[in-house]
Each structure stands twice: as C-alpha cells, then as structure tokens.
Ligand binder design. Structure first.
Ligand SMILES: *[C@@H]1O[C@H](CO)[C@@H](O)[C@H](O)[C@H]1NC(C)=O
Ligand SMILES: *[C@@H]1O[C@H](CO)[C@@H](O)[C@H](O)[C@H]1NC(C)=O
Ligand SMILES: *[C@@H]1O[C@H](CO)[C@@H](O)[C@H](O)[C@H]1NC(C)=O
Ligand SMILES: *[C@@H]1O[C@H](CO)[C@@H](O)[C@H](O)[C@H]1NC(C)=O
Length: 417
C-alpha cells in the first residue's frame, strides 16, 4: 500500500494495485535490550478475502496483486486499549479510529474512546505539531483538526491529540512512550478491512512513530524482518527499535538514504536490476541515474517500477522461465503469472542499489495469489520513481539507520527469527 499525504504527488495514485489476500501481522511482544527493544510480529492470513481493495478506484482494480499488509499491535491510552494498525514506512501519521465517529469503516475491536482515557489530551492550534501537518484547521474549541490523505484515496480526518503508547514485551515488560502525537480519526475512508484500526506511520517525517521515539531507545534506528507473504500464519515477523536493532555480519550490504525535500519516504538509489545474467539499467536512455529514484515502503506489497524498466524486467523473466505464462485471465490482469506451485528454474533477480546488491530469489519475486498460480510481484507506473515493496523486503533483515543515513540488508530466514 502506498500512503501519501494528498499534498504530494497525487499522480502516483494510480500505481497502486490491489489485493486478493489478507495478511496480518501482530506486533505483540518485545524484549528490552541494551536500551533498545524488539517486538515479535505474528501474522495471520484471514480465511476470507479482503472485501474490497484499498484502491478500488484504480484502473487495475482489485485483481492483480494481493494484500500484503503487516499489522502492528500497540496499546494506547490509560487504561491501555489495543490497537492494530497497518505498518507503513511510506507515511508518517499514527492514527486510529476514534469515538465519536462521524464516518468510520467497520472494525472488529471497539473504537478508541478518548473520554475513557486519563492521559488523552488534544493538541492546540498553536502547537508545533499542528503546524507540522500541512492540512490542518482550527476548530472553535482551539483543537487542531487534521486531514491526512493517501495516494490510494484513503483518508483520515479528525483531531490531533497526544497519548501514552505502550508496547508490550514477551517478558511482560511494557515500554511506554508518553505524549505521542497521533490522529484521533472521526472521518476515515478507504476500503480498510475490519482488522485494520488505523495506520502506524514509520516514515522519516517528524510525526512518525520512529521520529517521535527519537533517542528513547538509545539510537535512532529500527530494523524489520518480514516473513514471506505466504508463510504459515503462526510464524512471527520481527521489528526492533533503537540499540540492538543493528544489522550485523559479513553478508550485510548497505546503501545510503537519499535526503529529499519530502522527508517521509526512505529514498535510496537503484542503479539497475539483473535478471539472471542480464543487467538492465534503471534508465536506459540516461547514463547517469537520479539519486533517490526509489523508496522502501513496508506498506506497499509489490515493487513498482517505471514503465520502461518494468517492461524489460518482465520480458527478461518471461524469456528465462521455461513455462507458458497465463494469458487472458481477467483476475490476473496484465501480470506475469504461471500455473504452477513451484518454478524450478527461476532466474535470480538482483536489485543493484548504490553500494548494495540485493539478491532476490523466488520467495521475494513470485507470489501465489491463489493456489497453484505464481505471479511476479512487480507492477508498473508512469512515474519516473519506483517503490521497493514488501514482497521484495521479506526474508531480509532490513535496518534503517537514521543517524548514519543508511539502509542495510542481510538475507535471513525471517520465519526462524
Ligand atoms: C469526511 O471527509 C470528506 C473529505 O474531506 C468530506 O467530504 C465529508 O463530508 C466528511 N464527512 C463527514 C461526515 O464529516
Ligand atoms: C473539528 O473536528 C471536530 C471533531 O471531528 C468537529 O466537530 C468540528 O466541526 C471540526 N471543526 C472544523 C473547523 O473542521
Ligand atoms: C502498465 O503496463 C500495462 C501494459 O504492460 C499498461 O496497459 C498499463 O497502462 C500500465 N499502467 C500504468 C499505470 O502505467
Ligand atoms: C531517463 O532519463 C531521461 C534523460 O535524462 C529522462 O528524461 C527520463 O525522465 C528518465 N526516465 C526515468 C524513468 O528515470
């Protein structure tokens, strides 16, 4: 899923593809280590398909990829109420649906009721945080009313507030953060499913969870190890924050983060992609590559590439896979798919980031949208920039070091973490 404040690049909206499957990850436990802490993510596949895509208005409709959302669990308020929100490194705001709802989508758990919490307070219009969001209005009660919209046409509108957020560890220890600024959403739209109580923004901007954690856990960094999309539902993924979230070892590769005016997405530079022995530069019509031409987004399932690069990668994969692709299947759209459970001779893809070659095996590149069908987890955009999606991020320990401004990748079996 690609979340983006409406004030930016709305042209990217239509890149969003939608989804048939449902993957939930619960951020359910943590251990405090050396000032940092880590949390386990447990994912579950919903037995029923998502009702509608989050991107129901997109031209590709809800057919050409799968819902690969990772849900993070945390508690909010005093007494604490559990919230499960979509983990999203592509946006900043943390928000949840709140009482009293003017327009909320259906959710299974009760809505957060600020009146029942002793630590809730609204942000005033004069607050620094109110000014950090572009789209705010002042209410007659001097409340900071925000609107935060995403490229997918999803949006949340409500009151900017502060609360105590608590993450719970396996050892029973609770890690609490006081005064975390979040959106208490009273008008929330988009086809969220009923497990998703909001979004937890982990982007680089000032309102994200990581930015608000700051140095609370020693250092400004976090890492994630996402289990592959099709993993057994009982298997956990893992997220670590602060000290102890370093990605270490001989097999670690790192690429610099590229700082741009828009500080939300984690931009890096993709030089090209290899399919087997064939190297395809990011832009064949240009010798130099633009810095920060792709960003790493846990909220977007497929990797999204500019048309020309996409076409070449897909053609090369098609040439190197000795199977007949599925043609004219309405459900699969224009994706490259095969009717098989395992592709025997699948070419290795390499994402050549600046200074870091990341090898992608069939686990990261082929996704089963339905039993007996495998599809290449890529899609296209008419934009010049791309998105490195969460299918490709799976089975890598990926560290975001916001002090050194580096992203590191280490191949790991995240199902065994
Ligand atoms: C919810 O927000 C949308 C978009 O700003 C607006 O058009 C609609 O009127 C709002 N609904 C309510 C009930 O406030
Ligand atoms: C601010 O939000 C509150 C609660 O959603 C609503 O009652 C009020 O009308 C809003 N005010 C403005 C100026 O948008
Ligand atoms: C993606 O590529 C297909 C053909 O491969 C094309 O029909 C479609 O319009 C493209 N979509 C976008 C968003 O550029
Ligand atoms: C490729 O390079 C050309 C020439 O510099 C530029 O006009 C075009 O926008 C670039 N395309 C992409 C996808 O970066």
């Amino acid at each position: 899923m690609y979340y983006y404040p409406i004030t930016f690049h709305l042209s990217l909206c239509f890149l969003i593809i939608s989804i048939n499957f449902h993957l939930l990850l619960h951020f359910s436990a943590s251990e405090v280590t050396k000032g940092g802490f880590s949390v386990k993510l447990i994912h579950k596949n919903s037995p029923r398909p998502i009702m509608r895509s989050l991107y129901s208005y997109t031209p590709q409709s809800q057919t050409n990829a799968y819902l690969g959302h990772y849900l993070m669990e945390l508690s909010i308020g005093t007494p604490p109420i559990n919230i499960e929100g979509v983990l999203d490194t592509g946006s900043d705001l943390i928000w949840t649906q709140c009482v009293a709802c003017k327009n909320c989508y259906k959710q299974l758990n009760p809505l957060f009721d600020p009146q029942l919490s002793s630590t809730y307070s609204t942000m005033s219009c004069e607050s620094e945080q109110c000014h950090k969001l572009d789209t705010t209005l002042c209410s007659i009660q001097n409340h900071c009313n925000y609107t935060y919209a995403y490229a997918s046409a999803s949006m949340t509108q409500g009151v900017l507030a502060q609360e105590t957020i608590t993450l719970t560890s396996t050892t029973g220890e609770a890690v609490s953060l006081e005064g975390v600024v979040f959106g208490c959403g009273h008008n929330n739209t988009g086809s969220f499913n009923d497990h998703e109580m909001g979004i937890i923004g982990l982007g680089g901007g000032p309102m994200s969870l990581i930015s608000q954690m700051g140095y609370s856990f020693g250092s400004m960094k976090f890492s994630q190890c996402l289990v592959p999309f099709h993993s057994d539902i009982s298997i956990s993924s893992k997220m670590s924050f602060g000290d102890g979230s370093d990605v270490l070892g001989d097999d670690v590769v790192s690429t610099p983060l590229v700082i741009k005016e828009d500080n939300t997405p984690y931009f890096v530079t993709l030089l090209g992609i290899s399919v087997g022995d064939t190297y395809i530069p990011f832009n064949i019509s240009s010798k130099s590559v633009e810095k920060g031409n792709i960003f790493i987004d846990s909220g977007t399932p497929p990797t999204i590439l500019p048309q020309q690069l996409y076409d070449q990668v897909v053609n090369e994969v098609r040439n190197q896979v000795a199977l007949e692709p599925i043609e004219n299947d309405q459900d699969l759209g224009s994706q490259l798919c095969y009717r098989t459970r395992i592709i025997e001779e699948v070419p290795m893809l390499i994402a050549h980031f600046e200074g870091a070659d990341v090898q992608l095996t069939s686990t990261q590149t082929f996704i089963p949208p339905k039993d007996g069908v495998l599809c290449l987890g890529l899609t296209n955009t008419s934009s010049d920039g791309g998105i490195y999606g969460n299918f490709a991020q799976s089975n890598y320990l990926i560290g975001f070091d916001l002090e050194r401004q580096m992203v590191s990748f280490k191949p790991v079996d995240c199902t065994k973490q």
